[in-house]
Design a protein around this ligand. Structure first.
Ligand code: NAD
Length: 426
């Protein structure tokens, strides 16, 4: 009954991230051993905090920002997930992103639940001082609810290692003890781990490489388009290029560049460092931003925001393989269209899990007071991504379904086992 009602709710507005996340949980649970009770528990977050964050602007005025933190399910451990600074942040988006974190952590067998936070703001319009006061204000508002055994934030869209550094410092001022394990994605000087900045992009490369092998292809010579050139997309592009692929197109919020012979990604990074955008890069020609999604490439990596591949453009996508760098870049309708057209999608909860996997290494390193080398981090990340990909691909073959429901099935089985063991469900 609960499922039937939820299915209806999911079907009505499947384009928004929360409905999409619910729909994916319901669909995936069909390929797991989970009972209706487990699904009921997964369809809404355990807790959501909404806070007001007063910030003194540089001109002396006071602005009150709205912040959120959702803790979705902590059956496997403390909540874990990024903090997003973006004008479009809203409570339903934060809830959806926290749900996806629960599933991602369970899929990758990490001792975490799902969390996510956000502040409704345009970080580009804040001075460094205003950004610091906002970051510190977020921690002041939420300090009682986060911590290394409760909820461990990390960077996401619009936040950075510097933002994490201010947050660690504010948390230390409030609690009276320096707790590097309370945040991940920190600068190296504050207990950050070598390779965290690269981790999500590198994990996307490993997942893409495994999926290409399953399609009888290999990375050298394949063509790739990457939407978004931030913390995730820029490293995904770098590793595909280093692996011998031709990255022919890259976009950001301002526009896109295209070069059928392959873009020089290191030169493009220097150009973006100088100008703040991929636009105007001399090593390629400008194309319309959203045209990137429809280019005749082998691999498409959406690494910007949710809902970019939708019912309106999924029918025109020419890539053979979509590797989801962003969280929720494909709507439920688009997913069905891509599956019907024989396009393989490596789902976000698998493809972009490199970030949380290396965040876990960072947290474990902080708690043990040991330090790991960049080589060790990369080796462990590669091993983990290969293991998780193989488990999902194997389940997909056995149930004769795409990778997404297979991945949800694996993750929900793990969550259901823990819920049963803790006596939460029958
Ligand atoms: P970011 O802020 O560093 O970069 C986002 C990029 O997307 C920027 O280049 C921006 O210009 C671009 N962009 C925004 N709207 C666009 C549009 N309409 N078309 C093309 N480009 C657009 O953020 P990020 O950390 O790289 O995160 C990107 C995605 O990856 C998000 O969905 C995030 O939740 C997800 N993710 C991030 C991490 C991480 O470790 N940072 C881990 C897992 C998943």
């Amino acid at each position: 009954m609960v499922l039937a009602q939820s299915e209806q709710a999911g079907a009505e507005t499947a384009a928004d991230p929360l409905s999409a996340a619910r729909r994916q949980i319901i669909d995936g649970a069909r390929f797991s051993s989970a009972s209706d009770e487990v699904v009921q528990l997964l369809l809404q977050p355990a807790r959501v905090y909404e806070v007001a964050i007063p910030v003194r602007r540089d001109d002396g005025s006071l602005e009150v920002f709205t912040g959120y933190r959702a803790q979705h399910c902590d059956v496997l451990g403390p909540a874990k997930g990024g903090i997003r600074f973006h004008p479009a942040v809203n409570v339903d988006e934060v809830k959806a992103l926290a749900m996806w974190m629960t599933i991602k952590c369970a899929l990758t067998d990490l001792p975490y639940g799902g969390g996510k936070g956000g502040v409704v703001c345009d970080p580009g319009s804040l001075s460094p001082g205003e950004l610091e006061r906002l970051s510190r204000g977020y921690v002041r508002a939420l300090a009682p609810h986060i911590g290394p055994d409760r909820d461990i934030p990390a960077p996401d869209v619009g936040t950075s290692a510097q933002v994490m550094a201010w947050m660690v410092d504010e948390y230390a001022q409030i609690t009276g003890s320096f707790e590097p394990a309370a945040f991940t994605g920190k600068p190296l000087e504050l207990g950050g781990i070598p390779g965290r900045a690269e981790a999500t992009g590198l994990g996307i490369f490993f997942a893409g490489r495994e999926a290409l092998h399953d399609l009888g292809r290999s990375v050298p010579g394949t063509t790739v388009a990457v939407q978004g050139f931030g913390k995730v997309g820029s490293y995904a592009a770098r590793y595909f290029a280093q692996g011998g692929a031709r990255v022919v197109a890259v976009s950001d919020v301002f526009g896109a560049v295209y070069n059928p012979d392959g873009l020089d990604i290191e030169q493009l990074r220097l150009h973006v460092d100088r100008t703040g955008t991929v636009k105007g890069f001399a090593g390629g020609r400008e194309i319309e931003r959203d045209q990137l999604l429809l280019l005749p490439v082998d691999v498409l990596v959406p690494a910007a925001l949710e809902g970019q591949i939708h019912a309106g453009n999924a029918g025109a996508i020419q890539a053979r393989l979509v590797v989801e760098g962003a969280n929720g870049p494909t709507t439920v309708e688009a997913d069905e269209i891509l599956a019907a057209r024989g396009i393989t999608v490596v789902p976000d909860i698998l493809a972009n899990a490199g970030g949380v996997i290396v965040s876990y290494f960072e947290w474990a390193m902080n708690r043990s007071r040991l330090s790991w080398t960049a080589e060790e981090v990369q080796r462990r990340l590669e091993a983990k991504m290969k293991t998780v990909y193989a488990e999902v691909a194997d389940r997909a073959r056995r149930i004769n379904q795409p990778l997404r429901p297979a991945a949800y099935g694996v993750a929900i089985d793990r969550l259901a086992g823990a819920m049963r063991a803790r006596g939460w469900v029958k």
